[in-house]
Write a protein that binds this ligand. Sequence first.
Ligand SMILES: Nc1nc2c(ncn2[C@@H]2O[C@H](COP(=O)(O)OP(=O)(O)O)[C@@H](OP(=O)(O)OP(=O)(O)O)[C@H]2O)c(=O)[nH]1
Ligand SMILES: [Mn+2]
Length: 205
Amino acid sequence: MDRSAPVLSANQGIDDVEVGSLPRLLEAVNFAAEKHKCQRRKDPEATPYINHPIGVARILSSEAGVSDTIALEAAILHDTVEDTDTSFEELETVFGRPVAQVVQECSDDKLLPAAERKRIQILHTPHASVRAKLVKSADKIYNLRDLERVHPVGWTRDRVDAYFLWSAQVCSGLRGVNANLDRLMAEIFDRQGLTKVYLAAENSA
Ligand SMILES: Nc1nc2c(ncn2[C@@H]2O[C@H](COP(=O)(O)OP(=O)(O)O)[C@@H](OP(=O)(O)OP(=O)(O)O)[C@H]2O)c(=O)[nH]1
Ligand SMILES: [Mn+2]
């Protein structure tokens, strides 16, 4: 093999988008893995936190059919600002403004009290960009499936119920961007008896 040949020559015949986007995506996976390396999920097994952002990106690509690189990178990075020492400026420098902006739209302001953050998500979600809606939908689908699987350590039945109810209100404002995601959200809220809340007209844009 001629090692002096440019790397991209090995990809001849493959669509340009694929060649360009895979290294970028792996850069995001590696960045998120480093940032979340000390964090664990709240489940009894204390699953490594990175399973969550990778799973969110997988829902977008494998279940929703999304191939937009900016949305997939933002999915991988979506909790880095909210849950680690990462700044938007850092994301913008490494991944560019469009990715950083989607992450910003998906990040709660941790300086606000929890109840206020939850209220703001219901209010702001219908007005988010299409890419932010894709990432937020996959984020909620992942967390709600996780909640159906096992309860986070210390969560009471009431807290779990409240999370499902609040999520149905948020997800209602996410409808209409991707038919597959709409169906996956609808399936969860059907199982939870929350179809009416999810389909309520006042929650959508
Ligand atoms: N279901 C579930 N969630 C877990 C687990 N471990 C960590 N989480 C995270 O907990 C958050 C939901 O818990 P809350 O009590 O509502 O939020 P908070 O920790 O940020 O205050 C989610 O954050 P998020 O991704 O930022 O989403 P969201 O709160 O904006 O929906 C979710 O990713 C787990 O084992 N199961
Ligand atoms: Mn998340």
